[in-house]
Design a protein around this ligand. Structure first.
Ligand SMILES: [Zn+2]
Length: 114
C-alpha cells in the first residue's frame, strides 16, 4: 500500500508573532518599551542638546519609572547617563533582580513614595 506522498502541505506561514521587545535593563520581554533618555531632557537642554539628539535606551515601563522615582535628574545626568553605569549601580541591580521575578505583562508599580 504504497501511497505516494503527495506534496505535504506547505508549512504554515509563521503566525505574525508580536515582535518581542526586550528591556535593556532587566532584559524581560515586554509588550511595550519606552524610550528612556540616558541624559534627561532637562539636563540636555542645559547643555544645549536637543531632545532628539539625546541617547536613549528602550526600557520597560517599570524600569523607566523606577529610575525616575529613585534618582534625581542630576544623578541621572551625571552619574547614571549610560546603560553601563545603570547596570553597574547597586540600587539598580537590586531593583532588576526583583523586577525580573515580576510578570512582564502586568503593570509593575515601582516602589516610590510619590
Ligand atoms: Zn525593565
Amino acid at each position: 500500500m504504497a501511497r505516494r506522498n503527495s506534496f505535504s502541505t506547505w508549512p504554515e506561514a509563521p503566525s505574525s508573532e508580536a515582535a518581542a521587545l526586550t528591556c535593556a535593563l532587566c532584559e524581560r520581554e515586554v509588550p511595550e518599551l519606552v524610550q528612556h533618555h540616558l541624559i534627561p531632557i532637562i539636563a540636555g537642554k542645559r547643555k544645549g542638546i536637543k531632545p532628539q539628539d539625546l541617547p536613549t535606551v528602550g526600557l520597560c515601563p517599570a524600569c523607566q519609572q523606577y529610575l525616575h522615582s529613585t534618582f534625581s535628574i542630576n544623578e541621572l545626568a551625571t552619574r547614571l547617563n549610560t546603560l553601563e553605569a545603570l547596570q553597574a549601580d547597586e540600587q539598580v541591580q537590586k531593583f532588576v533582580k526583583w523586577v525580573r521575578k515580576q510578570p512582564a505583562t502586568k503593570g509593575v508599580r515601582a516602589k516610590g513614595r510619590e
